[in-house]
Design a protein around this ligand. Structure first.
Ligand code: NI
Ligand code: MN
Length: 225
């Protein structure tokens, strides 16, 4: 399983012979200027919620690739109305076996609306089960007790927001690691905008002091799990 960071909450996971792109927000992000959106050809696009800092490039990438969009059922209908028909709608607690592995949609404590103001259902996170690994992509979320439902999953990795202001900050993300029982974290949703700037060295130290491993990937860089 190869995980590549494209800035903000955008990640690509290559697993099970397929490519999954999460929350594409690349072309409006000056920090991700080195990433060519038109080079991205995922098989699936997983969308956590309707905010533009998670889906600004969804239409472009979907049209370029024909990728299937996996999202909450309420957004599936909105995408259909935009002419994107290859959509797999899900809802909380539901899992589905795709050709690369299983995806379960889980709760995220945040808000959601579409870029045009339409109803966007509720925000979501995903647990990906593939190649014998379990990865939690939290989406935009506050610390929430529902995370404790993941404690017995034996997660290999959690991709958590740490930027504060719109989502959990570092201290709550550390508490979340206890709730989900996972020591291995990739941070997201930080440094993109002035209000979510963090001190990266301080964040890494706080995680390390809690016996947790925080990885902050440079944009365009990958890790293998
Ligand atoms: Ni959001
Ligand atoms: Mn966001």
């Amino acid at each position: 399983m190869k995980i590549t960071f494209y800035g903000h909450a955008s990640f690509q996971i290559e697993t099970g012979g397929k490519t999954l792109l999460f929350d594409p927000f690349i072309s409006p992000n000056p920090q991700a200027a080195a990433i060519d959106v038109n080079s991205l050809k995922p098989d699936y696009i997983l969308l956590s919620h309707g905010h533009s800092d998670h889906m600004a490039d969804l239409e472009t990438v979907q049209k370029n690739s024909g990728a299937q969009v996996i999202c909450i059922a309420d957004i599936a209908g909105w995408l259909n109305n935009k002419g994107i028909s290859n959509v797999h709608g899900m809802n909380f607690g539901g899992g589905f076996n795709f050709d690369f592995g299983r995806v379960k949609m889980v709760y995220a404590l945040h808000s959601s609306s579409m870029p045009d103001g339409a109803y966007g259902g509720n925000p979501a996170g995903f647990v990906i089960y593939s190649e014998g690994k379990k990865v939690y992509f939290a989406g935009d979320t506050a610390l929430t007790l529902d995370m404790k439902l993941l404690a017995d999953e034996n997660l290999d990795l959690a991709i958590l927001p740490i930027g504060d202001n719109y989502t959990m900050g570092v201290d709550d993300a550390i508490k979340a690691c206890g709730f989900i029982n996972c020591k291995n974290v990739i941070g997201m949703h930080y440094d993109t905008f002035p209000v979510i700037k963090i001190d990266k060295e301080e964040a890494k130290k706080k995680f390390a002091d809690a016996a947790l491993n925080l990885t902050l990937l440079d944009i365009g860089k990958s890790i293998t799990l």
